[in-house]
Ligand binder design. Structure first.
Ligand SMILES: [Zn+2]
Length: 271
């Protein structure tokens, strides 16, 4: 390990500091899950090819809920087949070692952190979680477990039985995936926005893994870390805005590499 990185981590450990891990698609890529923001997320409806930024919207769901569901059932199938990797397991070890001094904020909806054993109370899924659905009309503010609808491919049709399975047990309207869409906003009830910001306000180290901070809440967490001049470590195989920011900070470090390559040693240094 680079001596400067070792020094930053030793200091956090010595003062029994609080750690906020912020993860994005990079950590799941090693489990074989694509970001679905590129061409693997494209979806053909009739003769038109839709981009993920068009499919993952409330507007599209209101226009064509069955087709949006068909796309998500395919995507969720990819998530269900994937297994957590060394990066996920290293963060679980950190969660267990630090307890209340640890929080995890994830942009990933694939559920791999929780399946690896992350603590549910300390994991904030700020873009939602594929394991849950909820009433699209918000007749209740409770989450419902995602029904088991099998693993599907891009050709699987959407049937009348699927429509029944995806009906709200209370009002009979559509259930929707519990995910934040491109034309929606972060909030506390569904997406734990305030909890995530509070964890950033109290952290002594922000550990950024596999995200470039392209969305609003992750970049706000980077801003808080910078303003408070706390320690910040970026783990990413590629250069990105978080790495640049970490390098500009007195106690910042950009560790070039994947989560499974870098996290086990970083976590050992903190425990
Ligand atoms: Zn309902």
């Amino acid at each position: 390990m680079d001596p400067r990185l070792a020094e930053i981590l030793a200091e956090v450990k010595a003062r029994r500091g609080r750690v906020l891990a912020l993860t994005g698609a990079g950590i799941s890529a090693e489990s074989g899950i694509p970001t679905f923001r590129g061409k693997e997320g494209f979806w053909v409806v009739g003769s038109r090819n839709y981009m993920p930024q068009e499919m993952a919207t409330l507007e599209m769901f209101e226009r064509n809920p069955a087709e949006v569901w068909r796309w998500y059932l395919y995507r969720f199938g990819v998530c269900l087949r994937a297994e957590p990797n060394e990066g996920h397991r290293a963060l679980v070890a950190l969660d267990r070692a630090l307890g209340e001094r640890f929080h995890l904020v994830t942009q990933n909806i694939d559920g791999l952190h929780l399946r690896a054993g992350a603590s549910r109370e300390r994991t904030y899924c700020i873009h939602g979680d594929a394991a849950y659905v909820r009433c699209a009309d918000e007749c209740t503010l409770d989450l419902v477990a995602m029904p088991d609808m099998g693993v599907r491919d891009g050709e699987t049709p959407f049937t009348a039985a699927d429509r029944r399975t995806l009906s709200c047990p209370r009002c009979g309207g559509w259930l929707r995936p519990h995910v934040l869409w491109f034309d929606e906003y972060y909030d506390e009830h569904w997406y734990k926005m305030q909890s995530a910001l509070r964890a950033a306000d109290r952290a002594d180290l922000v550990l950024v893994v596999g995200t470039s901070g392209a969305t609003n809440l992750p970049s706000q967490i980077g801003d808080i870390a910078w303003r408070r001049a706390i320690a910040m470590v970026d783990v990413n195989p590629e250069d990105n805005p978080f790495a640049a920011r970490a390098r500009s900070m007195a106690r910042g470090f950009a560790a070039r590499g994947s989560a499974s390559e870098q996290l086990p040693a970083i976590v050992s240094a903190l425990c």
